[in-house]
Write a protein that binds this ligand. Structure first.
Ligand code: NAD
Ligand code: WQD
Length: 339
């Protein structure tokens, strides 16, 4: 079977392509390299021992998507391609709606016309906002996200539910918590652009001396150590969940399927716990200072991922420390590459 992986040279996409290849799927990647680099394709081949087909184009170009689908018999899609920077989405909301939603709609139009099913969508725990109760299961009420980025995820989910119901398609909405870490080979990982906004890349660059100090955004939250709590999930565990979700969709004999899964570890870690786990895992120091809260941040979010375990036979089992060790190896690889 051949799977179209959009954004397949990105952080989560590249790890998922490796897992798909390991599970004998053929893969066709579309990625416009807006947030990745071509060497990731070579590294996917080094890790998996197989080279996926790669098309470097922007999914807003429906004409190019048509040509691809004319050339390949596609059995499903995992749609990672999107802009994902929360802060940037507040400054450029229309760019976010255009990129994330036009790309999605182009693929769905083509799948509708060509009668292709099996669609997996990268959603996010951001669709829950600050939930009233922890842990967050799939029945937790959704809240309109504050950021335009988050809204593209909520809208994407709604578009896909309509797509599935009206056109009898099999769809899986995967709500990721906070993905972290890199491939154990240190050949794949997150490519940081500019000053990182997310915690783990900032911690890593601080340990590497690229940044002077980590700013811990708030220590007055109602949590045990006062810093905010998230559910950090190892990217390879997350990638494996995509293969399981895809296999379930393919095996499902119903015409119309809308699966929804939270993908997290089920465990919350505070900012300071992450900092100390990074220091311990890598035997390095992470200088930090306590600052005011960051606007828009929630206090706490961690998953109840029992549904994914029950229905997909999947569980995130890599420890926080192990994930943070791979992050450091990846940082060293990037530094070596830059020399
Ligand atoms: P990423 O930026 O590393 O990967 C996205 C890839 O898509 C990039 O390689 C980029 O070049 C490509 N791309 C973007 N727009 C495109 C377009 N119009 N046409 C073709 N290619 C395009 O991001 P990631 O962290 O791997 O995230 C993957 C998906 O998961 C995204 O949809 C993101 O919103 C979602 N998600 C990410 C996180 C996270 O914290 N990383 C959490 C929840 C959900
Ligand atoms: C984690 C914690 C910060 C940086 C974002 C998106 C969300 C989802 C995941 C895609 C928070 C604290 C951070 C720093 C810090 N992405 N922090 N100093 O905010 O949970 O979620 O990524 O869908 O939509 O909003 O992740 O890594 O930015 O922050 O103290 O320099 O680390 O305040 O408590 P977040 P994050």
């Amino acid at each position: 079977m051949t799977i179209l992986v959009t954004g397949g040279l990105g952080y989560i996409g590249s790890h998922t392509v490796v897992e798909l290849l390991n599970n004998n799927f053929d893969v066709v990647i579309v990625d416009d390299l807006s947030n990745s680099e071509k060497f990731i394709l070579d590294n996917i081949e080094k890790v998996a021992g197989k080279k996926p087909v790669f098309y470097p184009f922007d999914l807003k170009r429906r004409d190019l998507l048509k040509q691809l689908l004319d050339a390949h018999q596609i059995d499903g899609c995992i749609n990672f391609a999107a802009f994902k920077a929360v802060g940037e989405s507040q400054e450029k909301p229309i760019d976010y709606y255009e990129n994330n939603l036009f790309s999605l709609i182009n693929i769905l139009q083509e799948f509708k016309e060509r009668n292709i099913s099996n669609f997996i969508f990268s959603s996010s725990c951001t669709v829950y906002g600050q939930a009233d109760q922890m842990p967050i299961d799939e029945n937790t009420p959704l809240k309109t996200p504050e950021s335009s980025y988050g809204k593209t995820k909520q809208m994407g989910e709604e578009i896909l539910m309509d797509f599935s119901n009206a056109h009898h398609k099999k769809v899986s909405l995967l709500r990721y918590f906070n993905p972290i870490g890199a491939h154990p080979s240190a050949l794949l990982g997150e490519l940081p652009i500019g000053i990182p906004n997310n915690l783990i890349p900032y911690v890593t660059q601080t340990a590497a001396g690229i940044r002077e100090k980590l700013s811990v955004w708030g220590d007055d939250y109602p949590t045990p150590d006062g810093t905010a709590i998230r559910d950090y999930i190892y990217v390879v565990d997350l990638a494996k969940a995509h293969v399981k979700a895809l296999q379930k969709l393919i095996a499902d004999s119903s015409e119309t399927v809308i699966d929804v899964y939270n993908l997290g570890t089920g465990k919350g870690s505070s900012v300071l716990e992450v900092v100390h786990a990074f220091e311990k895992a890598n035997n390095v120091e992470v200088p930090y200072q306590i600052c005011d809260r960051r606007a828009g941040d929630i206090t706490i979010a961690y998953a109840n991922a029992d549904k994914a375990e029950r229905e997909l036979g999947w569980k995130a089992d890599t420890s926080l420390e192990e994930a943070l060790r791979t992050t450091w190896e990846w940082q060293k690889y990037l530094e070596e590459r830059a020399r």
